[in-house]
Design a protein around this ligand. Sequence first.
Ligand SMILES: *[C@@H]1O[C@H](CO)[C@@H](O)[C@H](O)[C@H]1NC(C)=O
Ligand SMILES: *[C@@H]1O[C@H](CO)[C@@H](O)[C@H](O)[C@H]1NC(C)=O
Ligand SMILES: *[C@@H]1O[C@H](CO)[C@@H](O)[C@H](O)[C@H]1NC(C)=O
Ligand SMILES: *[C@@H]1O[C@H](CO)[C@@H](O)[C@H](O)[C@H]1NC(C)=O
Length: 478
Amino acid sequence: MAFKDRRWPRSIIHFIALYFNNCCIHGFRYLVKAMLVVFEKFLWLVLLFVSIYFCIVVCLSSIDRYYTKSTHIGLERNYYFWNTTFPSVTICPMHRLDSALFGDYCRKNGIKGTQKTVFWDFLENLANSTYINFQNIPESDQIDQIIKDIGLKPEHYMEVIYNLTFDSTYEPIELKRTRCVDGQDFIHVRQVLTEYGLCYLGNTKLGLMYSSRYSIFGKYPEFNNYDTIAHLDGSFFVPDVQYTIVGFTSPALYTYLHSAHEVMKVDANFGYTIDGMVLEAYLEEIIAENNLERHTTVTMRKCRFHHESNLTHFPFYTKNVCMQECRINLAYKMCKCIPHFYPNRITNPKKVCDYKTLRSCFPRYTSYFLRLYDENGSDKEPRACYCEQNCLDSVVSVRSAFQNFGSKPLLQSIGCSVSIKTWPQNRLKRQVIFSVTDLLVSIGGTAGLFLGFSVLGLVEVLYFFTIRLIWQSLGYTL
Ligand SMILES: *[C@@H]1O[C@H](CO)[C@@H](O)[C@H](O)[C@H]1NC(C)=O
Ligand SMILES: *[C@@H]1O[C@H](CO)[C@@H](O)[C@H](O)[C@H]1NC(C)=O
Ligand SMILES: *[C@@H]1O[C@H](CO)[C@@H](O)[C@H](O)[C@H]1NC(C)=O
Ligand SMILES: *[C@@H]1O[C@H](CO)[C@@H](O)[C@H](O)[C@H]1NC(C)=O
């Protein structure tokens, strides 16, 4: 046996020297060459350490590049063959409840006479409330009495409002139906729960999780037989594309134009409109290379896809929804409860504000909630949260917007029409420029450059210290 009592440390040294003599990293063999003087050996040792040091530094910088700078946004110009996603519109009717449904509800709960008027006024204002008008919710002893009588808890506000709102996208009579029309096609439009209560969203690319029914009850909305297409795309060869959303019974609307990959932002509307809104939009898309999702993580690409949600209240991700979640957290911090119009189907539901808290606490912080920074504070940094971009998105800008007075008799209701006259000739594309393969090549190249090291060299190390070691310890020498 080669390794025995006091002789075996010697054998180890001998074995390592053998490795140094044979190994692939240049320089090691001079450390054990018997003929060299100590000074030369020392010189080689220093050189070796310097090389290893720089090899590690350069490899670490490649790894850092892989994790933080592996994607970039490039510009594409071959616009002939693009399918451009048409922007979305969200429309919030200003009159919310359905009087027939409300009548039934009152009959079932024994609300009569003046109580009925007071309660209608209360619910209608509650349904129409958002950060800008919480102070308009009426408050009186009579309301308290009715709420107590029917046992209406704040966490059921939204459910009652939902039950008393008629979803006009399912209306069988075409002229009364909320519909999104492009010539012969009916584009999918659905009721959604927004920060401004129940609204209607047309021409979206977001999944069905963004719908009022899913937000409140966790169920997908029923299939709508009247839809013929899900989404309208445009291409360079069809220069003038337009769709119209009509069929609202409310005499006034709030209209929001936004990207088809996004939800509306409650403070970015075209104001109170009492007639048809005509919008001409222009957009620029940002798309992603097919392999982006597979080859990178969220932290590497600094953007999220729709299905990559890490939010608590929402099962999907968009940047504005992330901002809404910030607002939820901020409201919870400042007022100790959250408004009723947020989805709250989570494991530890947050307390929902009663209407008195909405009136008393929220109006004080309106601009803080909407802008997510404190105006009185010294730094105007939006400290409240950080929200990643959407990987797929479009920047929608408005070329012109006006109310078309007199369109109401023509369309038999008010609504909104969106058109695009010129298609974008540039678009941005998220691309992977430094993949795993590039990382391997880079590390391998660095190791080769500084040490002459390679994959087979690595195998040799393993071989030397396993199989070869066993042979050696069994007494065989080469
Ligand atoms: C664009 O859309 C049309 C029809 O919707 C489809 O036939 C075509 O394949 C699409 N082109 C691309 C590049 O996606
Ligand atoms: C709903 O709120 C808006 C904005 O505060 C207001 O202009 C409108 O009159 C309200 N609707 C009703 C029916 O009160
Ligand atoms: C709303 O309607 C659903 C189904 O019709 C019912 O189960 C639920 O109890 C209603 N909610 C309230 C608060 O009345
Ligand atoms: C989601 O991820 C971002 C960073 O990617 C982080 O800043 C944020 O806190 C996360 N949100 C939650 C609710 O975990």
